[in-house]
Design a protein around this ligand. Structure first.
Ligand SMILES: Nc1ncnc2c1ncn2[C@@H]1O[C@H](COP(=O)(O)OP(=O)(O)O)[C@@H](O)[C@H]1O
Ligand SMILES: [Mg+2]
Length: 269
């Protein structure tokens, strides 16, 4: 029993190390793995839009730790700060104050080029409105992050094919977004998000624009790719049932703060 447990811990730790090594330089990853096994560690995070005194406090002194491999559902009413938090975790937006360590990196101490590298190698983001480039084909949309990452043409082609096949949208590879259904567009967006097998996948109401049957399939696809890549998932949703069935942890936000944080023992694997 003890040996099995020790083996499990060692495998989990090795998986985490591999992910972290992929997105940090070697020396840094060895150091951070030994000191900090969390995927996300946010401390006293604030984000105020507009005037520092009279502006909107979207995030208000938020503390949050997410361990590697957790699947976190983030719930809360409209305007509670969920998207703002997700954008900060993605490195797409900066907090007004506070600290954020993500995948072993103190994110807002990094240079713009280093943050861009974090976004390319450590994070995949899936949006409610897909955010595909309108005049580009499915293939070209998925290829874009690989071009930005400097991958050569032959490797890009292979990875794009793998990702399109993985999400079951290979037959729409030359279609532009307007020539695809919502579910198909979201599959392309998921393919784009997983090109780097990111250790952190962030999804902002990814099924909000889909009918319920398509939503179920897209949700299952997200869970499958998260499992395959050993990713940590943060999923914003309005759907309490979805949170209970898919997430290992459910967090509620209100007025830019966390108001509850529960472990889901019955989450499906
Ligand atoms: N770019 C912005 N400029 C000003 N206020 C914003 C901006 N983005 C969001 N907000 C405000 O910040 C608060 C949190 O928004 P948001 O993070 O989008 O919440 P949620 O995703 O939970 O609906 C809201 O009051 C919203 O109006
Ligand atoms: Mg939102």
């Amino acid at each position: 029993m003890l040996a099995a447990l020790s083996n499990l811990i060692s495998v989990t730790f090795r998986n985490f190390s591999a992910k972290l090594a992929a997105c940090t330089n070697h020396r840094q990853s060895l150091l951070t793995v030994s000191l900090l096994p969390s995927m996300i560690h946010a401390s006293r995070l604030t984000k105020t839009y507009g005037d520092p005194v009279s502006g909107v406090k979207a995030i208000d002194g938020l503390n949050l730790k997410i361990e590697s491999g957790q699947r976190v559902a983030l719930l809360g009413r409209s305007g509670s700060g969920k998207t703002t938090l997700l954008n900060i975790l993605a490195g797409l937006d900066r907090p007004t104050s506070g600290e954020l360590i993500a995948a072993g990196k103190s994110l807002f101490e990094l240079s713009p080029a280093e943050i861009a590298h974090y976004r390319m190698t450590c994070v995949g983001v899936v949006f409610q409105s897909f955010q595909l480039i309108a005049h580009r084909t499915a293939m070209q949309n998925v290829e874009l992050p690989l071009i930005l990452a400097g991958m050569n043409a032959a490797n890009r082609k292979q990875r794009v094919n793998e990702c399109l096949e993985r999400v079951g949208i290979d037959h729409r590879r030359t279609h532009t977004p307007t020539q695809m259904s919502g579910g198909e567009q979201q599959r392309v967006a998921i393919a784009r998000a997983i090109t780097a097998k990111p250790p952190l996948l962030l999804a902002d109401e990814p099924t909000g624009n889909l009918d319920s049957q398509t939503a179920d399939k897209v949700t299952q696809l997200i869970l499958d790719v998260v499992a395959e890549n050993n990713s940590t998932l943060v999923l914003i949703t309005h759907d309490r049932e979805l949170a209970d069935t898919c997430a290992t942890r459910t967090i509620h936000m209100q007025d830019g703060r966390l108001i509850s944080d529960e472990v889901n023992v019955e989450a499906r694997s």
